[in-house]
Structures are given as C-alpha cells and as structure tokens.
Ligand binder design. Sequence first.
Ligand code: NAP
Length: 315
Amino acid sequence: MKLLISRRLPDSVMEAAASRFDLTARDADVPMDHAECVAALAEQDAVIPTLGDAFRAEAFAVVPEPRCRLLANFGVGYNHIDVDAARAAGVAVTNTPGAVTDATADIAMTLILMTARRAAEGERLVRTGGWQGWAPTQMLGLHVTGKTVAIIGMGRIGQAIARRCHHGFGCGILYVARSDKSLDHPARRVDLDTALAEADIAVLAVPATPETRHLIDAAALARLRPHAILVNIARGDVIDETALIAALQARSFGGAGLDVYEHEPLVPEALRALDNATLLPHLGTAALEVREAMGRMALSNVIARAEGQPLPNPV
Ligand code: NAP
C-alpha cells in the first residue's frame, strides 16, 4: 500500500510508517499545493496530510476516481480538506481528536496568562534594556483568578480549557455551543452576544467552518468590555483579522492572545506592531510526545484501512 506523508513527522512515526507501508516522505515543511494534491490523489493509496495541504474541491475535480482512498489527517482541524468533495470521490477522511486536547488547552492558558498579565510586553521590556526596576503601578494587568471566562466552542478543547480555568483559577464559566454539555463544574450556556458582553476573558475553540468564518467581526469585538481579553487557539479565520487590528489599535478592549492567524503564516505588520497582542506561532500541539501521539493516531487509521477494519477516527 502506497502512503504519502506530507510533512516531516517525529522519527518514531516515520519509522513506524516506513516499516509497514511503501512510504513516500515529502521533504518540505510547507503545505502541498494543488498540483501535489492532485498527484497524491492519483498515485497514492493513502495520504497523511496536515495543516494547509490543498485538498480542496478543485483537486478532487481533477481526479474524480482517485487511487487514494484515505486522507488520514495529522491534526484535529481539517478545514484544508473539502470533506464533501472527498466523500463524493470515495475518499474517507480521518483526524486525530483527543491527542491534541490537553496540549492545546495548555496553550490557551499560556495565552490567557500572557495577555492578561502583559508577559510578552514585559519580556520585551527586559530584553531591550528598558526596564527601570519594580514600581507599584508599573505594567498593571488583568488579575485572572476568579474572573469570568467565556468559552466559544465547548468541545474537547473548550471543555479542557474550562476545567483548567474553573479548577485551577476559580473562574466562573460561560459557554457558547449548539447543545448543553454535561460538565463536572458549574457553567452557564449563553448566546454569543451575552458571552462577549459578560466575559473578562473570551476564548475561541470552535472548528473553522463556513458558519464560524468571521464569527468574531467588528460588531462582536465591540461587545467586549474595555478590560476584556480575547484568546484564539482555534483557526485564524474565525476572527476578522482586519477588524481585530482596528479594535486593538483603538484599544476598545483589553488585548488579544493569538496562536493562529487568518492568512497564516502571514502575520500583518500592523498586528506585530501592537503591544496589546500576544502572538504565538501556532504552538497548540507543539510538544514531541503530543506530535508522536498524533502521528500514531493518524497511522492507526491507515493501518485500519489496510486491514479492512473500521476507521477509528472518521470525521
Ligand atoms: P470539537 O471537540 O469538535 O469541538 C468543537 C466544538 O465547537 C463542538 O463542541 C461544536 O459543536 C462547537 N461548534 C461548532 N460549530 C459551532 C458554532 N457555529 N457555534 C458554536 N459552537 C460550535 O473539536 P476540538 O478537538 O475541541 O478542536 C476545536 C478546534 O481547535 C479544531 O477544529 C481546530 O481547528 C482547533 N485546534 C487548534 C490547535 C492549535 O494548534 N492552535 C490544535 C488543535 C485544534 P457543539 O456546539 O454541538 O458542541
């Protein structure tokens, strides 16, 4: 069975894949373009793609009867794959849920604390030699303990963030979801407008879909209170980035902590210039044991397909 892995994964994953399959390991750290996706659909039995690989409807249109029968995505977010077009072409799609949950929730906490307590700004102050010493009113930030956190997208990662905020920081939890969740702590389900208006800290954890594109637009940003902070660990296009930059420039709310960007990896100069934004380079799952677990999970789907077993993680 011919398998293409679209990016260099941890050694243990590449070795396991090579020992089991006729492996083509793509030697580039940039996403597959349209032509590469077309070739992969035509020539491979399965592909392990990841963030940004262009498995859009146009690729399936060129290869309506692909040799490839499985896209076993490395990652839980699969907005770079047109799942309907894949299905229509007889290509199954799987992802790696669960393996990423705690690590991504940890990065959300990192961004909450860094943004609320102005940690990136403070670090820059020290590094640039501008720090004059401790002072009682210097660099005052938002105290996190006991605040109200609104989680927008209360799935696996959203719930893991809520647990950390409630049990670790004594925060009150609001959440936005399409159904009630059974949780081990108090939390109130509210609509998006209420969540944004009442939050001290709002965290985005929805998948990128046509419905969630620009869910946070200028009107939504205007609902945030002047001290509130907004954290995005979901996908960049959940926020209208132009509107976000304008609101941050106007200082209409407290600050933003971002792991993802609308036109990733492009981060606009205007955003990079803002002290009230904490900017991370999509670090959500960036820990070796997490990337190994993701790789093993993606591979287990390919193995299941090879053995004619049900796919463990269909999307
Ligand atoms: P999940 O378990 O599927 O949770 C997503 C939640 O969002 C679900 O509860 C879902 O349905 C809710 N939702 C969907 N559309 C919504 C809408 N229009 N309004 C409100 N809620 C909506 O997924 P997950 O594992 O938590 O992952 C969430 C996303 O995080 C992924 O899709 C991925 O893009 C992103 N992610 C980022 C990183 C990173 O490195 N920064 C790492 C991993 C994942 P219900 O409303 O029915 O509950």
